[in-house]
Design a protein around this ligand. Structure first.
Ligand SMILES: [Fe+2]
Ligand SMILES: [Fe+2]
Length: 197
């Protein structure tokens, strides 16, 4: 991703967060982001947007999809825009400071060359959605629905579900935004970002 696009995405992200979110602690949360790799990290190591700036770009794609889903489901003025912004912009906060670049040998035109690739090195192994909730809770107080939505945004792909948990079914029944953020995440990943592998 070009440097100008990365910078534009960062500005858009900060503008949306400041416009939509007035909750106590949001300033500290945004200041914290500046000390991390959030705006330059990839969205994944080898799937969707595995490139510099991917995580911020993905968060913006999810925000757009989430707003469109909420507009059509509830009507434009009939939902809490602050909640939707918190859920969409920060659902993957857990990916902050978890990727690093390593080198590997790849054969190109019959020659071995060194190429960089992303690998993961999570210094806070707290899970995925639950980790985003934990990190956010250090800065802002989440509502029950916001916490549920961020916690279960991976839906059936969540490792806890693979381990046998069906709690996300119940959460989706009780909290519409929990289902909608999962759908928005899937739309952004598979329709907007087209994972290459
Ligand atoms: Fe995620
Ligand atoms: Fe995501």
């Amino acid at each position: 991703m070009e440097k100008e696009i990365i910078q534009q995405n960062k500005e858009t992200f900060l503008m949306l967060a400041k416009e939509d979110i007035k909750r106590e602690g949001i300033d500290n949360l945004l200041a914290y982001l500046e000390t991390t790799d959030f705006f330059t990290a990839p969205a994944s190591s080898k799937y969707h947007l595995n490139e510099e700036g991917g995580l911020c770009a993905h968060s913006l794609n999810v925000y757009e999809r989430m707003v469109a889903l909420c507009d059509s489901e509830f009507g434009e003025e009939n939902y809490n825009r602050e909640s939707v912004a918190i859920i969409a912009l920060f659902h993957d906060l857990c990916k902050t400071n978890t990727y690093k670049v390593e080198m590997r040998n790849v054969k190109e035109n019959g020659e071995w060359v060194q190429k960089p690739y992303y690998t993961t090195d999570d210094s806070l192994p707290y899970g995925h959605g639950e980790k985003s909730v934990y990190m956010l809770s250090g800065f802002i107080k989440l509502t029950r629905e916001e916490a549920m939505a961020i916690n279960w945004h991976m839906g059936g792909f969540d490792r806890r579900v693979i381990g046998g948990s069906y709690d996300f079914n119940k959460a989706y029944n009780m909290y519409p935004l929990a289902l909608l953020i999962h759908l928005a995440d899937m739309q952004a990943t598979f329709l907007d970002e087209k994972p290459i592998n």
